[in-house]
Design a protein around this ligand. Structure first.
Ligand code: B12
Ligand code: SF4
Length: 476
């Protein structure tokens, strides 16, 4: 944690560690699982390794807020993945970013702070989508993308006139220059601090996703000169890899081609998220490759078009996937292929197809997810209306983040008793040490990172299997 004292008002911005998932996976219910001492120790050590090494990138939202400066207010970021809330300092306001899968720890922290008389402001995706559920847990709510309104909150803090609610009237115009800096971050805590977002919003409408609900369907762009300036400034402080956090970095192909062509002289290496359609655009692929793209996460979801269509995902037809992924890899870019098993038209024959697909395409890091119905998404409401959720639709805590560790709904075409063994069998076959070595050997670049991810997944999916088998016993 870092920040400067000596201002009139001290603000702390907190990022919550999720109980499980990439923040440092652990069993969901370790108390009731029979576990040897050695295996518990191994899980604890690996959890810490994962938390530190794998995804330890800083929360961009809090970097953006702390870069909106008002004279007289000092802002500090506290990342609960690495540190505890510093209660020894006199905070005038604590801001907590509330994610829809980690509502419970966020509210618990708010309660503890408020009981000490510290004012709490809540913001973030959950607050934006469910403000009413948050009202009793905060002194101040910020609803929407807070890039601009955060200054108003700080000014009101200075004049002791904080309001109970700040609601962003329309999505911020991203083409306006807003300099993001790292002064409130402890740079050494992270794997890299070079996180950049070039666009916001998503033109697609996948029903399991809340990005288009939070950020709208219209893609908003930052200006290319501003992104270049940011990259240049970030490089001065940190020479490590860049993460472009855009949900679909190739969503606007001409913008992306121009941006990454202009980034070639910077000599960075970077990773991001894209659709497989990139494999059909040789010029764009070339610009990505020349600008230092080392790996891309692509959302494959089901290999069954019927399933993807049932969930409003139309932009990656299965007959083009193999060729596209091969082309991306041929351009020297590793592919992290993200699947979801358990979508509405999926049947028990899908796992065999997923395995064959991973082999045929040579995917470097596979991620095989369970569908997690997120409150506030189309699929959540539909499953609730169809009586397929395993928890009450109002119990948002129950729909917490995890790493494929629990079923939260009943699949349409497969019973839970059949589905769970089918999923755990799939992950057991896909995530082995032998496969990890094989994938690292054949990857086009970043071999040690590919090996590390695959090995970590051997561990993470083994925890997923333990939790799911426990759930299966409980169902039975
Ligand atoms: C980068 C990223 C990560 C990174 C960094 C984590 C992080 N949250 O910063 C890593 C790889 C670690 C990660 C991990 C996970 N992620 Co993630 N991630 C993203 C991604 C691509 C970008 C997040 C981001 O920086 N957005 C840009 C910022 C500027 O937007 P923002 O966070 O909404 O912030 C704005 C407002 O919400 C508001 N605001 C936010 N916080 C606050 C706080 C205050 C006080 C105020 C006033 C305002 C405010 O103002 C900000 C500026 O406008 C999003 C997709 C997305 N487009 O958001 C998924 C996303 C957030 N992740 C998701 C998931 C599922 C996960 C994991 C659970 C994965 C797993 N199984 O382990 C973990 C959970 C980790 C955690 N503790 O949150 C889901 C969340 C779904 C949900 N709501 O439940 C998303 C939406 C992707 C998706 N489509 O499914 N993730
Ligand atoms: S899953 Fe990706 S493509 Fe689909 S709506 Fe969400 S951000 Fe857009």
């Amino acid at each position: 944690m870092k920040g400067s004292m000596g201002h009139n008002k001290q603000v702390l911005l907190v990022f919550i560690q999720a109980d499980s998932g990439v923040d440092g996976t652990s069993l969901l219910d370790s108390a009731s699982s029979k576990h040897s001492f050695i295996s518990s120790l191994k899980d604890t050590v690996l959890s810490n390794v994962i938390r530190r090494a794998q995804f330890a990138i800083p929360p961009l939202a809090l970097m953006i807020l702390s870069s909106q400066k008002v004279p007289g207010v000092s802002q500090t970021i506290c990342d609960l993945r690495f540190e505890k809330v510093p209660l020894d300092r006199p905070w005038d306001l604590v801001g907590i970013s509330v994610q829809t899968g980690a509502v419970k720890p966020a509210f618990e922290l708010a309660r503890a702070l408020r009981s000490k008389g510290i004012k709490v402001v809540l913001g973030g995706p959950y607050v934006t989508i469910f403000p009413e559920q948050c009202r009793d847990h905060a002194d101040v709510l910020v609803i929407g993308e807070a890039d601009d309104i955060w200054k108003e909150v700080q000014e009101d803090l200075l004049s002791d006139s904080l309001k109970a609610e700040y609601r962003v009237a329309s999505f911020p115009d991203l083409s306006v220059d807003r300099f993001v800096d790292k002064h409130a971050l402890d740079i050494q805590s992270y794997f890299t601090t070079n996180v950049v977002q070039t666009t916001r919003g998503c033109p697609y409408s996948c029903d399991f996703c809340n990005v288009h609900v939070m950020n709208g369907h219209k893609l908003r762009h930052r200006s290319i000169p501003e992104v270049l300036r940011e990259v240049e400034a970030f490089l001065k402080q940190d020479k490590r890899i860049f993460f472009f956090l855009d949900d679909t970095i190739n969503a606007d192909e001409s913008y992306a081609e121009k941006l990454f062509t202009e980034l070639v002289p910077f000599g960075i290496s970077w990773v991001g998220q894209a659709t497989t359609a990139l494999g059909e655009k040789p010029k764009l692929l070339n610009a990505f490759s020349r600008s230092g793209c080392g790996a891309l996460l692509v959302g494959i979801e089901s290999l069954d078009d019927g399933s993807n269509h049932a969930h409003q995902k139309f932009h990656n037809p299965s007959n083009r996937q193999v060729e596209c992924i091969k082309n991306i890899r041929k351009a020297g870019i590793c592919v992290y292929g993200s699947f979801i098993y358990g979508l509405d038209e999926d049947t028990l024959e899908l796992p065999g197809r997923i395995e064959a697909f991973i082999e045929e395409t040579g995917i470097d890091v596979p991620g095989i997810n369970l569908l997690r119905p997120i409150p506030g998404t189309g699929v959540f409401d539909r499953l609730a209306n169809e009586g397929r959720l395993l928890h009450s639709r109002d119990d948002h805590d129950a729909f917490r983040f995890s790493w494929g560790q629990e079923m939260l709904y009943k699949p349409q075409r497969i019973t839970l008793e059949e589905f769970i063994p089918s999923y755990t069998g799939l992950t057991k076959r896909v995530f082995t040490v032998q496969n990890a070595l094989k994938r690292a050997m054949r990857s086009p670049r970043l071999r040690s990172a590919v090996l590390m991810f695959n090995l970590l997944y051997v561990h993470m999916y083994s925890l997923s299997r333990k939790d799911l088998h426990r759930q299966l016993r409980e169902i039975g």
